[in-house]
Each structure stands twice: as C-alpha cells, then as structure tokens.
Design a protein around this ligand. Structure first.
Ligand code: PLP
Length: 397
C-alpha cells in the first residue's frame, strides 16, 4: 500500500528535479569550495549562484543570505548571535509562547545565562497580541523573535505590524519562517524583518540545509567559529549538494505559487468542511483566514491523537498529532495549550499538512475513513461513555 502523505509540516519529499541538480556535486564537482582547482571552483560558483537565486525569491541581496545546517541552526544563530552582540545595550528579549522548540529552548538557554525573557501570549487563534508586545517592550529590549507561521496550527502572525513596532523602537526583529518559506511570498525589502530563518526540507529540498537572512547592518555575532566560509560569518565546509538542492527547491516552490496554492487551499478547505460536517465534538484550531494554505488542525474530543495516528497509519495515511519533534512525549502541545485548550482536548488533536503532490482522491479517502475511525476510538473511550451518560463536560460541540 502506498503511503498517503499528509505530514508536510514535518518534512517533504525531495523533488526529482532537485535530486538531479544535486547529484553531480556528490561525485563530479566534489571539490572543497575553498580550494583553487576546477572541480572546487565549480562547486564554489554553484554556491554563489544558489545564494543569488534564494536572495531573489525574497527580494534580498545575495550578501544577506548565509547558509546553515537548517532551521534549528538558523534560529540559534539569530537569537544567540543577536543577544551576545547587543548585551551591552540591554538583556531583555521577547518571543511568543507558540514558537517552535528551536526558538523556545534557545530563549530558555539565554535565560539561564543572564538574559530576561518575556513570552508573549496569543489569542484563541494563535496570533500574538500586539498590545501585549507594545506593553512588553522596555528600554533594554534588544530582540523580538516571532515566527512567521505556526508549525502546528498554521496561523500566520501579523509580521508587518510587529516589524514596524520593532523598527520604530530600534529593536532587532527575528522571524522563524521555516514553515512559511515555500508556501507564501515574503518580500524582505518591504518588511522590516532583520533576521529570517528557513529550512530546505520543508519545501521539497534536502534535509540538513537552511539559511539565515541577515539584513545588512544588523549587529549579530557569529555562531559557529572556525574557517572563513560564508564571508567569515559561518565556519564549516559548505554542504554544496544541499545548497544547490535548496536553491532548486525554492525556485520550484515559488514558480506559479498562487496557482498551486489555489489547488492546495481547495483541498485544505474540503478537509476542514468534511470534518466539521461529518464528525461531532470537534474543535477547529488556528486562524480561519490568516492561515498557511496547507494546514488543517482539529481536536477530536474524547480520543487520543496518538491512537488516531496509529489507526490512520494502518490505513496507509501519515499525519501528525502535534509537532514531529515532540511526538514521543506525552505532554500536550504547548501551542494548543497556549490557544486555551485543556490538556484533555489538546491530546485529541490531529494535524494534516498538504503538499503539492497530494491529490483530491487522497483527501476523499481520508474523509471517507476518518469518521469511522473516530467513532471506533470513541466507542472504546471511558470519557465518551461518561459523556453519553450525561456526566462529561459538554464544552466542545
Ligand atoms: N522552526 C519551525 C517553525 C519548524 O517547524 C522547524 C521544524 O519542524 C524548525 C524550526 C527546525 O528546522 P530544522 O528541522 O531544519 O532544524
């Protein structure tokens, strides 16, 4: 049975065109880009061409794109590098309560090293409250980090507003755009974002490669120390095949994006309507409008998300109950708790994230089997039994 893959927020399949572009850099132009012979200078030029391609997608300058090992490194570099470079000015840093752990754990690390952190609350749709941001900013605030779009519930943050507030107050603004890049257009000349993280494996590129956009003039320390690669900003022999693959993947992702998104949004909305109309006691999570084109997130009352995933897997469907990085832990998702769900409701969540290769038949198949699976799990659930007897909490319709 072929897997129906509905977990594109976790990672995506690498496109054939991307693999083809990468291939010669493994066994033909394998020279170290820092060397001077032909097979090395060819790999060095490929890196610079890739940098230009990626910069042009974001209306940035090539000199503002720095290659990294992925989203986690880009986030760590942006946050720790800014904190250390600006600590004389102040030690107060701000982020939101719904960030990915690559950001949250980095802030926690800094809080153990003398920085003071404010975690901004979000509203019931997962959006940062702008008033709370304004209230949180102090004279000694040096950094605000708010993600572009959420990896679990797909909510797109009011990035423009946040960046204007930061710009007015001369505070560096970082955005983890790992889930947004490849899905929505981002113009870095129009927005005031100073630092932006991205990761190739989220847009049909290879794993283990990403980039950090650093706006010219942003005060930030280096994070990895060693050789003179990346204009002396990020040491380490470059992942040439990965970088070339990332550039090809990003070009393909942004080609006819609006048209491709129309198709994905249609499938997404079909799933949302199908679940709302055919399964009782569900809660739709995330913003209904400012939402990634590919994200569906629901909580199913009286069942465990993990059991739902196992049943779906038996039927050939790969989906997620929260962020892939936290599965394996029994803690409910911090994102779902932040938008006000109880532990119990948060535990019954399902995330479906679509990709360009998904077909309508796959969506139809999901909608055909999901109500039965949910009902079977509820039939086994003591909580549902209590609910039927009128003893349970009826908060969720
Ligand atoms: N930030 C967000 C929002 C993510 O979704 C992820 C990956 O799931 C990361 C950061 C980490 O990226 P990477 O897997 O490239 O380290």
């Amino acid at each position: 049975m072929k897997t129906i893959y509905f977990d594109h927020a976790a990672t995506t399949p690498v496109r054939k065109e991307v693999i083809d572009k990468m291939y010669p850099f493994f066994n033909e132009f394998y020279g170290n880009p820092s060397s001077i012979y032909d097979i090395a200078t060819i790999s060095k030029s490929a890196i610079e061409d890739s940098r230009k391609i990626i910069a042009s997608v974001f209306n940035a300058d090539a000199g503002e794109i720095f290659f990294t090992s992925g989203g986690t490194e880009s986030d760590n570099w942006a946050i720790i590098g800014t904190a250390l470079a600006n600590e004389k000015k102040g030690k107060h840093i701000i982020t939101s309560s719904v960030e990915h752990h690559a950001v949250l754990h980095t802030f926690e690390y800094l809080s153990r090293h003398g920085f003071e952190v404010t975690y901004l609350p979000v509203d019931e749709n997962g959006k940062v409250k702008i008033d709370e941001l304004k209230k949180a900013i102090r004279k000694d605030t040096i950094l605000v980090s708010v993600m572009y779009a959420n990896n679990e519930i797909g909510t797109i943050q009011p990035i423009e507003e946040i960046s204007n507030i930061c710009k007015d107050r001369k505070i560096i603004f970082h955005s983890d755009a790992v889930q947004a890049v490849g899905q929505i257009r981002i113009d870095l000349k129009k927005t005031g974002i100073d630092l932006l993280s991205m990761s190739a494996h989220k847009f049909n590129g290879p794993k283990g490669v990403g980039a950090l956009f650093i706006r010219k003039g942003t005060k930030i320390d280096n994070f990895l120390h060693g050789g003179a690669q990346e204009n002396k900003r990020r040491a380490g022999t470059e992942n040439v095949p990965g970088i070339v693959g990332m550039a090809e993947a990003i070009s393909l992702a942004y080609e006819n994006m609006e048209e491709k998104n129309k198709k994905i949004i249609k499938l997404r909305d079909k799933i949302i309507d199908g679940i709302k109309n055919n399964i009782p006691h569900v809660k739709f999570n995330g913003d209904p409008v400012d939402r990634l084109p590919n994200n569906v997130n629901f909580s199913f009352r009286y069942i465990e998300g993990e059991s739902l995933l196992l049943m779906l897997n038996m039927k050939g469907i790969a989906a997620s109950s929260g962020s892939a990085c936290t599965s394996g832990s029994l803690d409910p998702s911090h994102v779902l708790l932040s938008i006000g769900l109880s532990h119990e409701v948060a535990h019954g969540s399902l995330r479906i994230t679509l990709g360009y290769e998904n077909k309508e038949e796959e969506v139809d198949y999901l909608l055909q089997i999901l109500p039965g699976i949910v009902q079977r799990l509820r039939d086994m659930s003591p909580l549902y039994d209590e609910f039927l007897k009128g003893e349970g909490d009826k908060n969720v319709q």
